[in-house]
Ligand binder design. Structure first.
Ligand SMILES: C=C(O[C@@H]1C=C(C(=O)O)C=C[C@H]1O)C(=O)O
Length: 367
């Protein structure tokens, strides 16, 4: 019998070969990306992905592997191919080549995301932020010290600071296209209007994804046009080579939706982890008894707990539609508790049936 050491060395050689093969796969994927791009075809091809996954399952079965392992491996590989093809396309289209961009709040998390994104587009990117940036971009520590001669100005600051920044921009009247990325638009309405009135080109977007996002397939960016379609078109063009879904909304429609999409889901999770922490139960003991629902809920709640609490407070407190969403939540919790405490089985079953019917209307096929 071979010794453990020898077997592990054999395995490591195989692991290296596996990764070399993945790299060869990626090289072919890159070529496919260029062929699709020059033929004007989209990056993502769901029918082809289905074939690839079916082949993975069939092959896994044939060689005595778990089919799910085969499929999971290829889901990961497809994600990697899509991310690489997307970045390649963004880079090769180079809509920012020869142009300059300023990212206000460029040292923050979403600010850094925009710095990388605009870099990939070929923009020459500068940052305005009092905090040092991780990158080597030219940085101005304050807006007063920043020249505003850029083609594009991104405002990626906390919501209350965004208002200030927009007002300062309205005074200095930059000629480039200005856009903010705030999670709420109502609090900015007045400042955005001032910028418009000052004759600036301005639009507003809300990227519905976090700063760790590499692949934009299946993600949304909400565009709120403020009456300057040319400014909106400039920013839409930035995302044209990605797989992001572009959604148009009005300023108020955006905030109303966010009271539920962000506000309600954050509030439910904050209430969930606080109910648990105030229950007197030990989290270690609960975790060993975990059920699939509890585990899934704990995962979401844990992610929420890691987020920036100041931003989360802004998202609740600065949205004019929050009170309605929060009262709806209180009523819903009271209804569940009421029907349980009253022993109202039919009422409880009805609540679940209503929810099921509502959720069934959700479009499927989220990647
Ligand atoms: C490689 C391609 O691009 C994407 C990636 C795929 C893959 O990694 O197998 C499959 C389909 C596409 O969504 C392709 O179109 O073939």
């Amino acid at each position: 019998m071979k010794d453990l050491q020898a077997l592990r060395e054999q395995l490591s050689r195989l692991d290296v070969e596996l990764l070399e093969m993945v790299a060869r796969r990626q090289a072919i994927v890159a070529e496919i990306g260029r062929v699709k791009s020059s033929a004007g075809r989209g990056t993502r091809d769901y029918a082809r992905e289905k074939e690839v996954l079916e082949l993975a399952r069939r092959t896994a079965r044939r060689v005595g592997l778990d089919e799910d392992v085969g499929e999971e491996m290829f889901r990961l590989l497809i994600r990697a191919s899509l991310a690489a093809q997307e970045l390649d396309k963004v880079t090769s289209q180079g809509v920012g080549s020869g142009k300059r961009a300023l990212v206000i709040g460029g040292s923050g998390q979403m600010g850094q995301w925009f710095v990388r994104f605009l870099d990939a587009q070929g923009y020459s990117v500068e940052i305005c932020d009092p905090q040092p940036a991780r990158s080597t971009h030219v940085r101005f520590p304050s807006l007063a010290e920043s020249p505003l001669t850029h083609d594009l100005i991104v405002v990626a600051a906390p919501i209350h600071q965004t208002v200030d920044v927009l007002e300062q921009l309205a005074e200095r009247q930059p000629s480039g296209t200005v856009f903010d990325i705030s999670s709420l638009k109502g609090p900015l309405a007045g400042a955005l209007q001032k910028l418009r009135a000052a004759g600036c080109h301005v639009t507003s977007i809300h990227p519905m994804f976090g700063p760790d996002t590499e692949l934009l397939s299946g993600r949304n960016v909400v565009f709120v046009d403020l009456g300057d379609p040319q400014a909106t078109a400039v920013v839409q063009e930035l995302f044209a080579s990605t797989m992001v879904e572009q959604v148009n909304m009005s300023l108020d429609g955006h905030d109303r939706a966010m009271a539920y999409v962000l506000g309600l889901s954050h509030a439910v999770n904050i209430a969930f982890f606080n109910a648990l922490s105030q229950s007197g139960e030990q989290v270690e003991a609960l975790a060993t008894l975990s059920s699939s629902t509890f585990d899934a809920q704990m995962d979401v709640a844990s992610r929420v707990a890691e987020e920036n609490p100041y931003l989360y407070f802004e998202i609740q407190s600065l949205n004019a539609h929050s009170p309605r969403a929060l009262v709806t939540l209180l009523n819903a919790v009271t209804q569940v508790a009421g029907r349980v405490l009253d022993g109202d089985e039919q009422g409880f079953v009805d609540l679940m049936a209503q929810g099921k019917a509502f959720l069934a209307r959700r479009p499927e096929d989220r990647p």
